[in-house]
Design a protein around this ligand. Structure first.
Ligand SMILES: Cc1cc2nc3c(=O)[nH]c(=O)nc-3n(C[C@H](O)[C@H](O)[C@H](O)COP(=O)(O)O)c2cc1C
Length: 372
């Protein structure tokens, strides 16, 4: 029976288990978007901690696509070169390195959460002196600001849209050079691609707005551009918000997500990572253990593609049950991996019956901690 400790085949590579570090912004770069020692230690310790897949935080495909001036980026060869030692280390520790490629759309140019999370205008700076910028939106008028202040926004024109597609393609090429095995396109949480998907934030009347086909066009074009340069033997994931949690209005919902997942599979996407929400302050999401899993389950039942579940997974047995019961092919763990970087090893210890096999999972340097 397939369980959380079963290997996951990822084309030419294989994850040693089905527990992944969910992408989590660290806001710990200088405004150049280059990784720092923080990233090396943060991602490296989770690889040491037994995660089958170590996914980076949302990594901006262009400077304007950063949420804050301190986000990680991959818009130049220098970024790729600086990320390479991290992917090497993750691989040495038995993890599969993945990168989440992101454009924050009209949720860009903000202060870091610990500085207040509010928009930084193009003429303003954050407490570190980093400048803000004009942000890109499918339809600026439709944007309901989360935090009171409105950022300076421009409606994406045809050139902007082509620029986004090209930036994703170039970012994927650089990710490959940097040694990543998985490219995940971030199309969730109210960022640019999700803003195009949802009728709440997209009221365009061109070929990128209106019908389901039009609203999903940009995501499909971005995915096709990434797939174009990402080798067949390496997987492409897409993170979606399974729903906007706005049932009282015309919004993005699970039925559209299932339909999109099928379209993505046809474009060569290997796994759809099902999160939710993040688009609008009126959202009413549930909370607690497995709070988004029913959405992942619906996508897995309705579409012909592997599915990742995320949200409220804190226990190895819980992750195991999700895989054993066929609710997900992969379990992404966020906050529990912040509380316990060794969650993967903890899972091996709790779920594996053979103590010798558990010891094998640990880095040789630490093995005496678990050998009898
Ligand atoms: C500090 C932090 C940063 C996050 N940054 C990202 C991100 O960069 N990209 C993303 O898709 N989700 C991001 N998320 C969401 C997580 O990946 C995850 O989906 C969410 O926390 C729910 O999973 P959990 O209950 O296991 O934490 C972030 C969450 C946290 C706590």
């Amino acid at each position: 029976m397939t369980d959380a400790l079963s290997a996951l085949s990822l084309g030419d590579s294989e994850a040693s288990n089905r527990i992944a570090v969910s992408p989590m912004c660290q806001y710990s770069c200088d405004p150049d978007g280059l990784p720092t020692e923080w990233h090396r230690v943060h991602l490296g310790s989770r690889a040491v901690g037994g995660a089958g897949i170590v996914m980076t935080e949302a990594t901006a495909v262009s400077p304007a696509g950063r949420i804050t001036p301190h986000d990680l980026g991959i818009w130049s060869d220098e970024h790729a070169a600086a990320l390479e030692p991290i992917t090497e280390f993750v691989r040495e520790q038995g993890g599969v390195p993945g990168i989440q490629l992101a454009h924050a759309g009209h949720k860009a140019s903000k202060k870091r959460p610990w500085d207040g999370n509010v928009p930084i205008g193009p003429d303003e700076t954050d407490p570190d002196g980093a400048s803000g910028w004009e942000v890109l939106s499918p339809s600026p008028e439709a944007y309901p600001p989360f935090d009171g202040d409105r950022p300076a926004m421009r409606k994406a024109d045809a050139e902007d849209i082509q620029g986004v597609i090209d930036a994703y393609r170039a970012a994927a090429e650089r990710s490959l050079e940097a040694g990543f095995e998985i490219a995940e396109v971030h199309a969730a949480h109210g960022y640019l691609l999700h803003e195009f998907l949802s009728p709440v934030t997209n009221d365009r009347d061109d070929e990128y707005g209106g019908s389901f086909e039009n609203r999903t066009r940009l995501v499909r074009e971005v995915v096709a551009a990434v797939r174009e340069v990402w080798p067949d033997g390496k997987p492409v994931f897409v993170r979606i918000s399974g729903t906007d949690w706005l049932d009282d209005r015309d919004s993005w919902d699970i039925e559209q997500s299932v339909r999109l997942a099928d379209d993505l599979a046809e474009l060569g996407v290997d796994l759809v990572d099902v999160s939710s929400g993040g688009l609008h302050p009126d959202q009413a999401p549930p909370a607690g253990p497995n709070f988004q899993v029913p959405l992942a389950e619906r996508v897995r039942e309705g579409a012909d593609v592997a599915v990742g579940a995320v949200g409220g997974v804190t226990e190895p047995e819980q992750a195991d049950a999700l895989v054993r019961n066929g609710r997900a092919d992969l379990v992404l763990v966020g906050r529990e991996f912040l509380r316990d970087p060794y969650f993967g090893l903890r899972a091996a210890g709790d779920l594996e019956r053979d103590p010798e096999a558990v010891a094998e999972e640990w880095p040789v340097q630490y093995r005496r901690a678990v050998q009898r």
